[in-house]
Ligand binder design. Sequence first.
Ligand code: 5AD
Length: 472
Amino acid sequence: MNHADTSPPSMQRWSDDRFDAMRRQVLAAWPTGAEADLDEAAAYHRAQPPAKNTAHVLAQAREQSRTLVQPRAGVAEIDPQIALLSRLRAAGADLLPTTVDSYTRECRYAEAERGLAQSREAGRSMLNGLPAVNHGVRGCRRIADAVDAPLFARTASPDCRLTHEIMYAGGYTSCTAGPVVFSLGYAKDYPIARAIECWQYSYRMMGAYRERGVTMSVEHYLPISTLVPQSMSMACVILDSLIAAAQGVRCISLGIGQQCQLAQDAAALRAYPRLGRHYLDRFGFHDVALSTVMSQWMGGFPPDEGQAFGVICMAALAGYLGGVTYMISKSPHEAFGVPTAEANIHGLTASKMVLRMLADQRLAPIAEIAAEQEIVEAEVRALVDAALDLGDGDAAAAAVRAVEAGVIDVPFSPHRSNANRALPARDWRGAVRLAEFGNVPIPEPVRAYHREPWELLLADVNAIADGVLLPE
Ligand code: 5AD
């Protein structure tokens, strides 16, 4: 790759020649790359029942106003992964995850191979997810052939190109995605322009499936485990969605993380389809199907299982009030690390229980949600418009320049380019606001909401793990 960091990237659709040239390099990085054949894989997908395609299942859920639930799950070997997914499916999982291990996320396939060998020897997973590239297309298809619901590749890093080649060819139809969200959320040194190039490759690959009659989906969500105003993560997601659509992606889920302030969480989810539609339409991407997704609380969880269930059930309520299409569930063991299958199932069934009980309740509109929706819409428009201005109307250039300018400024981002001038805190009702704006262009009419009394930030960060929303 040529990383000319001085000239900003462009969102323009890649030529087939550019894609093909890079593809040869990508597939050569590990022997299983040779198994990825787009024509053969598209034929495989076309022969599958629609119930195994994410885009189809999400469209059905939107039509029926149903909320789906997906846990997270990934172990080193194929047969245990199939066993785990079968249990989660039997417990009600609507969408089936495969969390990819950390070596694979960093393209360290030789180390993943060693972890896989150690797992075989130990008879239990020594990796924190499935090393999908090492298993290859054939290994992934064994999973796909064993399940009856859509499969999600859950991997989060700036460069997932080979993992996507293998997993999409292996029967997966969706992934967690985004150059802006994963750079700012997880990376320290990876230049955003380079991450955009890697993701444009992945998005173009999905476009190539679309041209062969198969719709592939992506989930965009900024994975930060502390307080980030919903408008900031939504602006990042919208920029990533424009970059994806430009390469031919036609099914996008717009994500937020639960911040545990019910009105704000629901409002963000309610605002999302309108905001997403507004920007995608502006660029002519009228045929992109939009869903919403909420990740249950990504911050510190209370170690007490009952309290953890409280957070999980509150997430389900927020998702219901926000009309969310699907939710990523947590487990009551979250405070201790990767959950056992039992704990994972309990997080899933608690979430589904709340959603089922609420399904037909048709609660009256809640004034606080409507008020927060106006605030969040105004903020997202101000952020995205300012970013697009900086990018001269190009979403890829906008992403790079908006981060440089501190217009996009994600509190607590590990990334070197992030300005770190915006400082969040909860107001007296627990809503996440900015105590310091930095260069974030919060529009004048809503600035007043950010000037309400503040709680101490550090206390806020630990509050939920300590069993409260606001410190005493
Ligand atoms: N299986 C299940 N959950 C996982 N998580 C990370 N890896 C796995 C895995 N292999 C979960 C963590 C945390 C979230 C970010 O992902 O427990 O909740």
